[in-house]
Write a protein that binds this ligand. Structure first.
Ligand SMILES: [Zn+2]
Length: 394
């Protein structure tokens, strides 16, 4: 990875070549991209099964980087497909095009911020950090548990979170570790429990919504788990699997994992017959390799949680009947099982509570301190640590 970036910077500085940041056009597939760049289709058809699936992950609206030669032919392109992986197509020394799936080089910022409320917590977070995803995430965490309209001028929001950065821009969802919203002087903490990714107050009382998605098929076994990235020591390349494969007999009913609207229904490269459902809250689900779709539904149809949408099959690149189930948060694939398996645990007790309080008490102190030490004439206070992800072969 270092080599690629060094190369890009080198080419940019020596030959005056420009790295262009572009947005992936709606309706374009990886094959469309190759033909637009005059690259033979063979590059795609020779790929391994899992790489073909990764190519189907390219989503309209994604930002990608393109570097062209002087004659307008492609030199290199980097296309992110998940929070961790990107596709790299490049011209080698012999002028042949090569494909590889490689990890994304990310920078992570670790920030603690205190913001005095001037307009609304949402707007003030955006103004202070220029990070809309962060403001959305804070609103999601608090939900309706506090009444934001009772917030008064002079109340505070304090947040401790990490945010990934790719090529100088915010990338993926921020991870809120601890949040404090003062309402009328009363402090409301929400602290992430690392054991179940849910949020609780400083006393272990839970506020996360419970159990939103249901398992979409009656399956016999999980034939392939979600793998964000894995170095294959024999093949000497990275592999990734951006969903959970549920093995099930051909023709078995596939159910919508939650209520939402069908936004895609058709063929999608290696995924075969695919339905994508948008759940209106930043989440989308994808159901691949279907033998056929349920009659009477189409793009735009609203479906209820559990409603049948199609039937298990083996279309696309697939070795046997199964449902490939993908779950996306703000456009990036996350592990479906982590969300499907979330327990109730609305209130922590016993040993779990003691561990949670021990793990989070320093954050409570840190947020309290940062709020009380803010200079009221200069209310936004921010501490920031930056780190680069180290690229290990695993
Ligand atoms: Zn799969």
């Amino acid at each position: 990875m270092k080599i690629i970036f060094t190369l890009i910077i080198f080419l940019t500085s020596v030959f005056g070549l420009q790295v262009q940041e572009l947005t992936w056009p709606k309706g374009d597939s990886f094959l469309t991209f190759l033909s637009k760049q005059n690259i033979p289709n063979k590059l795609y058809f020779d790929l391994a099964k899992e790489d073909k699936e990764l190519c189907s992950e390219i989503d309209a609206g994604m930002k990608y980087e393109l570097l062209l030669n002087d004659d307008g032919t492609l030199k290199q392109v980097l296309i992110p497909v998940s929070e961790e992986m990107q596709l790299h197509v490049y011209e080698d020394k012999k002028g042949e095009y090569k494909f590889e799936a490689i990890p994304i080089a990310l920078q992570t910022i670790d920030e603690t911020i205190a913001i005095e409320i001037k307009r609304s917590p949402f707007q003030d977070i955006v103004d202070a950090t220029k990070n809309v995803n962060l403001a959305n995430e804070v609103m999601r965490i608090y939900g309706k548990s506090i009444n934001f309209r009772h917030i008064q001028k002079g109340d505070f929001v304090a947040l401790k979170y990490t945010q990934k950065i790719r090529m100088g821009k915010y990338f993926g969802s921020p991870d809120v570790i601890a949040a404090l919203v003062e309402v009328n002087g009363r402090k409301n903490f929400r602290l992430k429990n690392i054991h179940n990714d849910k949020y609780y107050d400083e006393k272990g009382k839970g506020y996360s919504k419970i159990y939103f998605f249901k398992v979409p098929v009656r399956y016999t076994r999980i034939s392939s788990p979600f793998t964000p990235r894995r170095w294959h020591p024999v093949l000497k390349r990275y592999r990734a699997h951006l969903g959970t494969d549920f093995a099930a007999p051909r023709g078995r009913k596939i159910h919508a994992a939650a209520a939402g609207r069908i936004i895609f229904r058709g063929r999608k490269g290696g995924y075969g017959n695919v339905i994508i459902i948008d759940h209106h809250n930043g989440y989308r689900t994808l159901y691949a390799h279907q033998s056929r779709f349920r009659k009477g539904q189409h793009v735009g149809t609203n479906v209820r949680k559990g409603q049948v949408i199609g039937y298990v099959g083996t279309t696309g690149v697939s070795t046997g009947p199964h449902l490939h189930f993908g779950l996306y948060k703000n456009g990036r694939a996350i592990n479906p099982m982590k969300v499907l398996k979330r327990g109730r645990e609305l209130v922590l007790s016993g040993k779990k509570k003691a561990t949670f309080i021990a793990n989070t008490k320093e954050y409570v102190k840190e947020l309290k301190d940062i709020v009380s030490n803010v200079d009221r004439n200069l209310p936004t206070k921010l501490t920031r640590k930056e780190s680069f992800s180290t690229l290990k072969n695993n």
